[in-house]
Ligand binder design. Structure first.
Ligand SMILES: [Zn+2]
Length: 439
């Protein structure tokens, strides 16, 4: 059986090409090892798993037994932390063992979740980012600029730690305005830009105002976190054109870990199956969907023993393929990345659409600087208005008509498109909030 990469060293890229049969054995072995620890002392999972008949990890004989374990939801975690503040009961070890605190943004569920990591689980996070960087071809000699204010959001902190695993140099960009960041990138010869997709575009916009040509900069690679934009073809193309760079996606969640990355083939998001167990379930029946069909991604992490999640409902809709990628990795993939959130799917006049589909159309128009989707209910019918901010005021009317026509053709729906004054829509540095519900 494969040895664990030891803490403090580089991660083990051999896991990425393990044949799938051995990968599955490896998962089951890691799962049992985790359950031994968790069942002994984690009150949250003792309460969930013992009534389900699991009191000893040795009883988990096969995958059928695993699939009978109860699912975990975000609502349960929020309720647990509210009942036993400030950290809740999903803790396998005494509090003194934990060295890192992060929290979720709280944008979708309202209440932020707090999450603790031990030294071992923080090192695990760094190894996950080793996979992300390797996928993007980042290694020794690279200088990674973090255009990010280092708050309690975990994504960039983990990315920062992970750079050590591939031997790259980290350049902190916190506490700087966009103009200063552009100067730092130039002065320090940064080769990789790490930020949200939204901010990559914003930074390029500020650069253009300053007469700086970002496409000619030293940045050759961009890696994104916080939002799904880097898997939306039109957004990715726009970032690549603005920076003269190749753009890579990554996905993950504060409470679960960095779960996936794109490789040089850019043929979807690879899931890090050596560190997680992934299932795709029908969100209404909670039964597995046939391979390749759309369903909700359900995740079990295998290396965060201090604050684990078992069969966690991510709320993300995906399609999964186990087919080997041209890059040689055997890790399965999500073609198109995360398609949308279960909660974000809009039903407009009987048509199901995700905000990402609207983004893919709107971002193809280089004359649109920023956009926002407003949702309202008119006589019990959902209505969508897409606000677009043109790069120049004289484009407004004609541009709105062209965007509306493209949305009608591509999505098959008539949507109101309204041009708003230049500079009037909010710009975002961390997670963008572009879908607004009016009533
Ligand atoms: Zn690949």
């Amino acid at each position: 059986m494969i040895a664990e990469p030891s803490a403090g060293t580089y991660f083990d890229p051999r896991m990425e090409t393990l044949d799938r049969e051995r990968l599955v054995e490896h998962q089951l072995e890691r799962l049992r090892a985790m359950l031994r620890e968790v069942l002994a002392s984690n009150r949250f999972y003792q309460r969930k798993l013992q009534p389900a008949g699991l009191t000893d990890a040795r009883e988990l004989s096969d995958w059928e037994a695993f699939r009978r374990l109860p699912l975990t939801t975000k609502a349960e975690l929020v309720a647990d932390q509210a009942a036993e503040p400030p950290f809740g009961t999903n803790l396998t070890y005494p509090l003194e063992r934990y060295v890192k605190l992060h929290q979720t943004s709280g944008t979708s569920g309202g209440v932020p979740l707090r999450w603790l990591d031990t030294e071992e689980s923080w090192d695990w996070w760094a190894r996950l980012w080793g996979h992300v960087y390797r996928g993007a071809g980042v290694g020794p000699g690279d200088r990674i600029f973090f255009a990010f204010s280092f708050g309690p959001f975990i994504g960039f902190w983990a990315a920062w730690e992970g750079a050590r695993k591939v031997g790259a140099l980290t350049l902190p960009g916190g506490g700087q305005q966009s103009v200063q960041r552009l100067a730092t990138i130039r002065e320090l010869g940064a080769t990789v830009l790490l930020c949200t997709p939204t901010y990559a575009l914003r930074l390029a916009e500020v650069a253009a105002e300053q007469g700086i040509d970002t496409a000619a900069s030293t940045i050759r690679t961009t890696i994104h976190a916080g939002e799904p934009g880097a898997s939306i073809p039109a957004t990715r193309a726009r970032i690549e054109a603005a920076w003269g760079a190749r753009c890579f996606d990554h996905c993950g969640m504060t409470e679960i870990g960095a779960t996936g990355f794109t490789c040089q083939e850019q043929s979807g998001v690879h899931l890090i199956e050596s560190e997680f167990i992934f299932e795709v379930l029908d969100p209404s029946t909670l039964e597995p969907v046939p391979t390749g069909e759309q369903g909700e991604l359900v995740i079990t992490n295998l290396g965060r023993l201090g604050s684990p999640l078992i069969r966690y409902r991510s709320g993300d809709l995906v399609r999964f393929t186990p087919e080997r990628c041209d890059c040689g990795r055997t890790f399965g993939r999500l073609p198109g990345g995360i398609l949308g959130r279960v909660d974000d799917m809009l039903i407009v006049r009987g048509v199901n659409i995700f905000p990402s589909a609207i983004e893919d159309v709107v971002r193809q128009f280089t004359e649109v600087a920023e956009y926002r989707i407003e949702l309202s209910r008119v006589r019990e019918m959902a209505e969508v208005t897409v606000q677009i901010e043109p790069t120049s005021a004289d484009l407004a009317g004609a541009l709105a008509e062209r965007v509306a026509a493209a949305l009608r053709t591509r999505i098959g729906l008539r949507m109101n498109v309204a041009a708003v004054p230049c500079g009037s829509l909010p710009r975002f540095e961390a997670k963008a909030k572009r879908v607004v519900r009016l009533n």
